[in-house]
Design a protein around this ligand. Sequence first.
Ligand SMILES: Cc1cc2nc3c(=O)[nH]c(=O)nc-3n(C[C@H](O)[C@H](O)[C@H](O)COP(=O)(O)OP(=O)(O)OC[C@H]3O[C@@H](n4cnc5c(N)ncnc54)[C@H](O)[C@@H]3O)c2cc1C
Length: 474
Amino acid sequence: MKDFDVIVIGAGITGAGVFRDLALHGVSCLLLDKGDFTASTSQSSSKMLHGGIRYLENFDFELVQEALHEKNLWLKLLPHLAKEVPFVLPNYKESKYPLFMLKIGLLAYDFLSGFQNSPHKILGKNETIKQRPLLSTKNLRGSGLYYDALMDDAKITLEVIYDALKEQNAFAMNYHEVTNVVEEGSKHIVQTKNLIKNTEDTFIAKKIIYCLGPYTDKFLKNTYPNNWTPQLLPSKGSHIWVSKEDFNLSDPCVINHKDGRVIFFIPHETQILIGTTEEPLNEEINDIKISQKEITYLLSIIKEYYPKVNIKQHQIESAYSGVRPLIKSNLTNDQGKTARTHRTYQISNSVQAIAGGKYTTFRVMAQESVGIVCEQLGVSYSKSKTIKKLRQKSCVIPFERKQIDSSTIKQILSNEMPKTLEDLVHRRIGVNSLSQWKSIYPENDFNNFFLENIELINQYFPLKKEEIINYFKD
Ligand SMILES: Cc1cc2nc3c(=O)[nH]c(=O)nc-3n(C[C@H](O)[C@H](O)[C@H](O)COP(=O)(O)OP(=O)(O)OC[C@H]3O[C@@H](n4cnc5c(N)ncnc54)[C@H](O)[C@@H]3O)c2cc1C
């Protein structure tokens, strides 16, 4: 099928959310991405569903309230991919706000959640040390303990897409780069390049919705030079993963550093996630990686707040960077203060773009846009259609890890559309480094495991032995 009511371009969480909303309303739709689904910003977040406690400082109450609602909704709908955890926010003599202000902030946070958050507590110095024994005690006054959720960002996007694909009217293709979109009468001709097979294709749609995240300005300025002025203030953020064997942190902490940055320390399956930095973007989005400056900064923060933990650069198991697609604000150029609200742009009667926002709010971000399209197509729209459980669980669920074997690989290959070894290892199995692989699957030598399964994999996509052997070397 090549003719659709709507083509959604960009399969990060924003595009996935729009695609699912359309599919559940019976609209025929196609989702296209130039890479693997979720392989850009939507696998590079801090992996939290959260209201964003720091946005309270900017009085973004509406955004915080909306995000808290969504967080608590997804905790119920997706318990295998999102978990509520207690964050400790330590308060030091040099902190920007005194402890009583923290209390007011956390009270507001719980209030804005409609008291759906597990309730916060204020901890004195001794209780803070008891709860987080590795934290620096120098000038410590106490802390606030509040609840947010950690999540698997790549898996949620994938499961949102799998859910939409349960509808007969919905189709999705990864590795299909959109090279041009031309309006002809009441139709849009979407030209694509299949980056795996190196072939070209054409699809037709009545409506287009762009969900290009940080790629929005570049693509839309090229495609609609007269109708698009750049909207984004792209901001780079990087994280590092450190083994729990080197950093024995059992519960999350969040540091409000005196330089204005908020740094999270979050224990996941076998590793601690530490980030993020916030830097202007000086490189091509496709090529971003953590800089030495960012590594040095994150290591210095560990040293300052966890003086008993001695992490050196060679102990970083892996790192990743993403670009926040923030919407420019007239009020500030400070990326940290730029609001995380999203915007929907009507480029023409049949073309929309959504940009900005947060991962946490993807469901509500889709509503405005899909509501307009449904009205134009004469389909009745209901916001509550998307409040239901997703229908296809991932074959491998990192929060409920089991051993894997050939039958797991077969299930992934036949149900989850991986097209490269990285899709399979990084996003479907959810492993980011060889050391992580070894600690999760000690019985399966990485090279042997994939070499033994190469024939099976080759039934679905081409894979050479050298790619397996070099996978973690690149
Ligand atoms: C460091 C960092 C930490 C964050 N932490 C959090 C957090 O903890 N919680 C939270 O709620 N939010 C967080 N965010 C924000 C959140 O991750 C983003 O708002 C969200 O992932 C953006 O999703 P998106 O779908 O709009 O963009 P993307 O995920 O970037 O998707 C855009 C897609 O468009 C595709 N594309 C581009 N050009 C083309 C083309 N020509 N043809 C086809 N496809 C194309 C790309 O390949 C890409 O997959 C964080 C962001 C960053 C950078």
